[in-house]
Design a protein around this ligand. Structure first.
Ligand SMILES: Cc1cc2nc3c(=O)[nH]c(=O)nc-3n(C[C@H](O)[C@H](O)[C@H](O)COP(=O)(O)OP(=O)(O)OC[C@H]3O[C@@H](n4cnc5c(N)ncnc54)[C@H](O)[C@@H]3O)c2cc1C
Length: 349
């Protein structure tokens, strides 16, 4: 492992998928948990705030971060156990998530295939319990290795202690407390494609010619989901964005019924905690889809995706987000919750 080196006045413009301009006072690329502890102790001695940045696909960066930004570079994937049916692996926080998904699919392993092409790093995956097309990280995650930012100690948190929820976890709720350094997953050799999510069965048939879920391989699913995502979501390399900018709000059944009385076509999905609404539908109904406001706007193809056309800063984007929230609240009485993290407010111990 290479020793940690700090770089001053570090540009992060190309290290966030919104391509917002940002400079960090200091940046350090850390290879492992011990180096994370050392960097945290050093920053503490210097009285500096510390932020962790993965691939920057779920953050809104300010123009300046007056402290230390840590990047994690452990890109190892190790098999811990393999009994022929189940395989347990450990992936370092610096592994690119989609590379891990492909690594699994190429070995015929089930468990993360519907999470193909989600941008970002393995270290960030448990933070918001990434999910898509009916699958979530929580279903395969068995353990998370993390550094406790207060004590500097390395801890192993079993899945039950990670507090996973819908786009949520203990790591997101206690952002100042943890640096994730590795994730253990359990995958299966015998599985069946999950095709219940709208559009998935159709794309599987179109892209791979597979019409029975039982006939599909993990690789069939990865290629199909990849094609579906490429069709639906703007590529941040072409039009900078952070994916869904708001979570889908969950309301009580009574609240949903009263919404239905006023808006008979409001879509809703029954979940354990109530009814999950479509944030995209709410935003679209308020007339935001495709709207451009100077350097920022809402994608033409997807009302949930806020985009940066170039030349803007975080405050431009956040002002647009607040106005969208206000119009949804005014029209539907529903509060939207932002998904990408505003890093500025998070760093200090
Ligand atoms: C086009 C597009 C599509 C997307 N689609 C989806 C989707 O379908 N489903 C979904 O769930 N998400 C989606 N996202 C959001 C994003 O891909 C995920 O949230 C991803 O896990 C972020 O990874 P990252 O490495 O880029 O994290 P970053 O953006 O760098 O960081 C996100 C947050 O996690 C923290 N963090 C990062 N690494 C660590 C670590 N090692 N330890 C502790 N905290 C850490 C950061 O401080 C920050 O608060 C999408 C984003 C884009 C741009």
């Amino acid at each position: 492992m290479t020793p940690t080196s700090w770089e001053a006045d570090f540009e992060l413009d190309r290290r966030n998928s919104l391509r917002l301009p940002c400079r960090a006072l200091w940046h350090a690329q850390v290879p492992d948990a011990a180096a994370v502890s050392n960097a945290l102790a050093c920053a503490k001695r210097l009285g500096m705030g510390v932020w962790v940045l993965g691939e920057g696909s779920n953050v809104v960066l300010p123009e300046v971060l007056e402290g230390l930004v840590l990047g994690l570079s452990d890109r190892r994937i190790d098999v811990l156990q393999d009994d022929g049916g189940r395989l347990r692996l450990r992936a370092g926080a610096g592994v690119h998530w989609d590379s891990l998904v492909r690594w699994c699919a190429q070995r015929g392993l089930w468990g993360v295939e519907n999470l193909a092409l989600i941008p970002g790093s393995v270290g960030a995956a448990p933070v918001q319990n990434i999910g898509a097309y009916g699958q979530e990280l929580a279903a395969t995650c068995r353990r998370v290795e993390a550094v406790d930012r207060v004590t500097g100690k390395v801890v192993q948190l079993e899945a039950g202690a990670c507090g996973f929820g819908y786009r949520d976890s203990r790591f997101r709720r206690e952002m100042q407390a943890w640096v994730v350094t590795a994730v253990d997953l359990e995958l299966h050799r015998h599985g069946c494609a999950q095709v219940a999510y709208p559009g998935v069965a159709e794309i599987l048939a179109e892209v791979r010619g597979v019409t029975e879920a039982g006939q599909a391989s993990p690789l069939d699913m990865v290629e199909s989901i990849t094609a579906l995502r490429r069709r639906k979501l703007p590529d941040p390399e072409v039009l900078p964005n952070a994916g869904s900018f708001f979570k889908n709000p969950v309301v009580t059944r009574a609240r949903f019924e009263s919404l239905q009385e006023q808006h008979c076509d409001v879509p809703g999905m029954v979940v354990d905690s109530g009814v999950k609404l479509s944030a995209a539908w709410l935003i679209e109904r308020c007339g935001w889809r495709g709207l451009r406001r100077g350097s920022v706007g809402v994608a033409e193809t997807h009302a949930l995706v806020l985009v940066h056309h170039g030349g803007g800063v975080s405050t431009d984007l956040l002002k647009l987000a607040r106005d969208i929230e206000a119009s949804v609240r005014e029209r539907f009485g529903v509060t939207l919750e932002q998904e990408p993290v505003e890093l500025q407010s998070m760093g200090r111990l």
